[in-house]
Design a protein around this ligand. Structure first.
Ligand SMILES: [Mn+2]
Length: 334
């Protein structure tokens, strides 16, 4: 396929205009708390772009300690605390809202100069918003912009962006994965990303503690709506017994999701009275974002989350009711 036939994202000219205008300035690149591959991939890629235009990029995350399956993607960069770092401008990546950056970044005095993101319902909080909800990853937008512009993609940048896309597409498989996504993957391989190395770094680097936690999560599975909904719960005692924390739950929701007949996967984490609920489906007509919104959260049709302080015995039945309603609407529309 010719690159010109691909459905590219608009706005790369403006994006690079801004990057050039930042020459000589110190730029804080903010990612979300509990960073994932797309967050780190986008931050590193933005840093490489800004470096090439003579700016001084600084990576800022409220969760400064990266897990072993993300650390190698930093290249020569390091993560700094947003609280202790003074910068001229801020750029947000992979954040639907300012508060996704954490406690400090949610109330910045200065409006961020730009935001690159793919979350549905992004609040367009920056001066320049490069936001596409049909992009699989923020990394996909940056990669597409770079190749449209003819930017000389470095090896560090190629590996980081490839890791970002692999993470958010579930290895090139989730909804929104299109020809463009794989085309960009191929370009990034040309520029130095090694698919097997990235795969092993992200997916074959898990601690035994995480597996002990996973075991407990799987044991907690409950099924609703004739097996169309599968719900798993992790509580304080599970984290405590296995010596893990919230950072070890990444990707666990894919287990209920992969059971035959399950249309909606639900992962509930309860830690210190704080409850975080993640919802996943592979059917975009089942609007999980609408369900999450009812509980004060948000997200995509296929992937949504919400947090609450309520009592488990109340939240779960309410949530199951709402999900069954969505399932009903979906069945009726078929
Ligand atoms: Mn993302």
């Amino acid at each position: 396929m010719d690159a010109r036939d691909l459905d590219h994202f608009s706005g790369y000219e403006m994006f690079f205009e801004i990057c050039k205008s930042l020459s000589g300035k110190t730029i804080g690149i903010i990612g979300h708390t509990r960073p994932d591959g797309d967050c780190i991939g986008s931050q590193v890629a933005m840093a490489e772009i800004l470096n090439s235009f003579g700016a001084k990029p600084v990576l800022l995350n409220e969760t400064p300690k990266l897990s072993d399956n993300l650390l190698p993607f930093l290249g020569n960069y390091q993560i700094n605390s947003p609280k202790d770092t003074t910068v001229d401008e801020y750029i947000f990546v992979d954040c639907g809202t300012m508060s996704r950056g954490g406690m400090f970044t949610k109330n910045l005095i200065k409006k961020p100069i730009m935001s690159i993101d793919h979350h549905m319902g992004n609040e367009l909080f920056a001066e320049n918003n490069f936001v596409f909800s049909q992009a699989t990853a923020a990394s996909e937008i940056i990669a597409d912009y770079a190749y449209q512009f003819g930017f000389q993609v470095t090896k560090t940048m190629a590996i980081a962006l490839y890791a970002g896309i692999v993470t958010d597409t579930g290895k090139f498989s989730y909804t929104f994965t299109v020809a463009r996504t794989l085309y960009l993957g191929a370009r990034l391989i040309y520029d130095g990303a090694n698919p097997n190395e990235v795969f092993r770094t992200i997916y074959q680097n898990e601690s035994r503690e995480k597996f002990a936690l996973l075991q407990r999560f799987i044991q907690s599975f409950r099924f609703f709506a004739d097996g169309k909904i599968c719900l798993g719960v992790i509580r304080d005692e599970d984290f405590l017994t296995t010596g893990t924390d919230m950072n070890n739950t990444e990707g666990m929701i894919n287990f209920p999701r992969s059971i035959k007949g399950v249309l909606i996967a639900v992962a509930v984490q309860i830690l210190n009275g704080h409850t975080k609920v993640s919802l996943r489906t592979d059917i975009p007509e089942i609007r999980l974002d609408l369900v999450a919104t009812k509980f004060g959260g948000g997200g995509h049709a296929c992937a949504a989350t919400f947090s609450t302080h309520g009592i488990e015995n109340k939240i779960i039945p309410n949530l199951i009711n709402e999900l069954q309603e969505q399932l009903k609407l979906f069945t009726q529309s078929q």
